[in-house]
Design a protein around this ligand. Structure first.
Ligand SMILES: [Zn+2]
Length: 330
């Protein structure tokens, strides 16, 4: 079962002080972040410790356990084999680190305990919008724009055991969640309110046994180079590449290296692409223009931007691609 996909839907807020719940739009949130508005009942704004925060609407279908099991869930990652039961958390550690960790704890064996704890970490799945926004964040904040991302569509096991209610996100200070720390014995599915991606939607922290099957596609979408937006963007870049760098006008500009006309145009095209996105996503898109590779593949950058924007603007195309993939047993 597919939820309705809408990147610009109203968000639900709950006041940490008076517990009022109400819905807001992107413009209100922007004013809230600048402390210009607060809770409509008690006035508490973003500067207070008890500030209003995202909360889940009462009518969200994912309150219902049977719908949680029927609904499709999503995950975006750079791992081509997610979720992996044979995942070895020690694979990326150096021998020196391994030796040091082995000596930790009373009687040693720190490495084994650490690896066991890493393997028991919960996996996170959520709405389609949350998975796409997660990729945007990683591309922008974690320098991941050159990496290949994958979008997974997930079905839960019909006999997964779901914790009662919706809670706050159960992650620790490094962003890890362990269901054994927050749930009863045997629970492998935990609902929480996502306050970062698709804010006020329900996400799930799950153990791998709660997952039944997954489908996978590569994202962003591949866009035909004949796409008019890509053709126009490529022409603009080729034209800019033939122009000299803008002449420095001030002493400061003369001291630092001026960006090339090509780099300036690439930035303009990124800004133009973002105007097709809902307000709250506009400053999140980033496809990292690579000037050195421009002449071998001049269409690559506008095509990548177009593919990113289509994840938001044309989710039906994404769902259709997923429909063509076979389900893999977890
Ligand atoms: Zn209030």
């Amino acid at each position: 079962m597919e939820r309705e996909i809408d990147f610009a839907r109203p968000r639900r807020m709950r006041c940490g002080s008076c517990r009022l719940e109400w819905s807001v739009n992107a413009e209100w949130l922007e004013r809230f972040d600048r402390a210009l508005v607060g809770c409509p009942c008690c006035g508490t704004d973003c500067q207070s410790e008890d500030h209003p925060n995202f909360w889940v609407a009462q009518e969200d279908a994912a309150h219902d356990d049977s719908l949680v099991r029927k609904q499709y869930w999503y995950h975006s990652t750079t791992h081509a084999d997610w979720p992996n039961r044979d995942f070895d958390p020690t694979a990326l550690l150096s021998d020196v680190t391994k030796k040091r960790m082995e000596q930790l704890g009373s009687g040693g064996g720190g490495l084994g305990r650490w690896a066991e704890r890493q393997r028991a970490k919960a996996l996170h799945i959520g709405t389609y919008e949350a998975a796409v926004e997660n990729m945007f964040r990683r591309m922008r904040n974690q320098d991941g724009s050159a990496e290949q991302f994958y979008l997974y569509r997930v079905r839960l096991s019909p006999d997964c055991v779901i914790e009662f209610g919706v809670q706050e996100e159960p992650t620790d200070f490094v962003g890890d969640a362990h269901l054994a720390d927050v749930c009863g014995v045997g629970v492998n599915t935990f609902r929480y309110v996502n306050t970062h991606e698709d804010p006020s939607s329900i996400s799930l922290a799950v153990e791998i046994d709660a997952l039944h099957v997954v489908q996978r596609i590569r994202i962003p979408l591949e866009v035909p180079l004949s796409d008019p937006w890509v053709v126009e963007g490529t022409e603009r870049l080729l034209d800019a590449a033939s122009r000299p760098a803008p002449f420095p006008k001030t002493a400061v500009e003369r001291l630092r290296r001026m960006p090339s006309a090509l780099a300036v145009e690439a930035q303009r095209i990124e800004t133009d692409a973002s105007t097709h996105l809902p307000l709250e996503l506009r400053d999140r898109i980033s496809a990292a223009f690579e000037e050195a590779n421009f002449h071998t593949e001049p269409s690559a950058y506008p095509a990548k931007l177009r593919g990113l924007v289509q994840l938001v603007g044309n989710p039906q195309a994404v769902l259709h691609l997923l429909d063509c993939e076979t389900w893999r047993l977890v």
